[in-house]
Ligand binder design. Structure first.
Ligand code: ADP
Length: 352
């Protein structure tokens, strides 16, 4: 009987850490006494949405165990040394989660200027990759925008701190972290390079993403400090440049691509967004030709893509049949397949 209770609790996950609570040493004791399940939980912190959810899930899981009529649940908080042990265990021995040994594929999404739909694309791409079964993280490093939390419907969400480890909120299966979660947006835009660099560095070290298949970064538009920091912090990042169809837009976008190259990154392709309609066409192709990279996707102008972004409900889930959603899902399949092939196949194969 206690084993059945333990097994039931093993199916309850910490929503942020995404591991069973039994593996995280959060269950101090769990016994069935007559028809009462007596459970003593110790959480990393109490009184947060994650804690409420764990409590609810634990009650539900215990009640479902045959022979249990009621649940007597005690909820406490880990001691500092218990938390330290947990943090050390989660971190494992890897000092740097996106270091040279990491199998995580890193894609940085950039653009020449603001307003081309870079954040909308990045957020939907992350959700589509997660929906395809990959483990996905998203870093919103666009200090001028911070629009990612809004598009994913987690505006106001705060990361959970466990000592010096930061657990990112999870939105639609994506672990997402944004500078906007730490500061008032108005202060961040005036940050100087060194502070931005340190913050990005902290995102990549102190924020615990766990093992990821794909990490996406929403970079600020243009060729600023963040792009250069990224080159130093994540030299393996592969860059996707987003542009609109106007041929003139390709000029500024080309500069972003060239800076990425100068900092040692690989530009893997171009995405043309807002195709069709008043913006004309050709910008994406022109840019791809100038950077000598492929066009990865053409995303049409789409009412649902914009409206769902404003509503915090990503279009790839809310309107999967919309043509822009479909184009983003196809792009996700392309980028996701590259991620898998890297993990599974060390040598590139060519099919003749
Ligand atoms: P950026 O990150 O490049 O500054 P955003 O993602 O914030 O741009 O998008 C700017 C505006 O354009 C938003 O209102 C967004 O909803 C809208 N938008 C983005 N892509 C499309 C599209 N394909 N069709 C229609 N509206 C779009």
């Amino acid at each position: 009987m206690p084993d059945a209770l333990w097994a039931a609790l093993g199916r309850v996950q910490d929503p942020e850490i995404r591991r069973p609570i039994t593996e995280l040493d959060m269950v101090r004791s769990a016994v069935v006494d007559g028809d009462v399940a007596r459970i003593d939980l110790r959480l990393t912190i109490v009184g947060c949405p994650a804690a409420d959810r764990i409590e609810r899930d634990v009650r539900e899981a215990a009640t479902a165990v045959p022979g249990v009529a009621s649940v007597d649940l005690e909820v406490g908080v880990m001691t500092p040394s218990e938390r330290e042990a947990l943090v050390a265990r989660l971190r494992g021995t890897r000092a740097q989660q996106f270091g040279p040994d990491s199998l995580t594929r890193v894609y940085a999404i950039t653009s020449g200027k603001g307003g081309v739909g870079k954040s909308t694309l990045t957020a939907n791409l992350a959700v589509a990759l997660a929906a395809s079964g990959l483990r996905v993280g998203l870093v919103d490093a666009d200090v001028f925008g911070f629009s990612i939390p809004g598009i994913l419907g987690v505006e106001g969400a705060k990361p959970t701190r466990v000592d010096d480890m930061i657990l990112p909120p999870v939105a639609h299966g994506v672990k997402v972290i944004s500078i906007g979660m730490f500061v008032e947006p108005a202060t961040a835009v005036s940050w100087r390079g060194p502070l931005l660099h340190r913050t990005l560095q902290q995102f990549l070290t102190d924020v615990w993403f766990g093992d990821l298949d794909v990490l996406l970064l929403d970079l600020p538009p243009g060729t600023g400090d963040i792009a250069i920091s990224l080159g130093q912090l994540l030299p393996q990042a592969e860059v996707v440049v987003v542009t609109t169809p106007q041929p003139a837009a390709a000029d500024v976008a080309e500069r972003s691509g060239l800076v990425a190259r100068q900092t040692g990154q690989t530009v893997i392709g171009v995405v043309e967004n807002m195709s069709g309609g008043v913006f004309g066409s050709g910008g994406g192709d022109a840019l791809a030709a100038r950077l000598d990279v492929p066009m990865l996707a053409t995303i049409p102008l789409s009412g649902p893509l914009r409206e769902d972004g404003d509503a915090g409900s990503p279009a790839v889930l809310a309107h999967p049949h919309d043509s822009a959603s479909a184009a983003i899902v196809t792009l996700a399949a392309t980028l996701g397949a590259r991620a898998r092939s890297l993990a599974g196949r060390p040598l590139p194969l060519r099919v003749e």
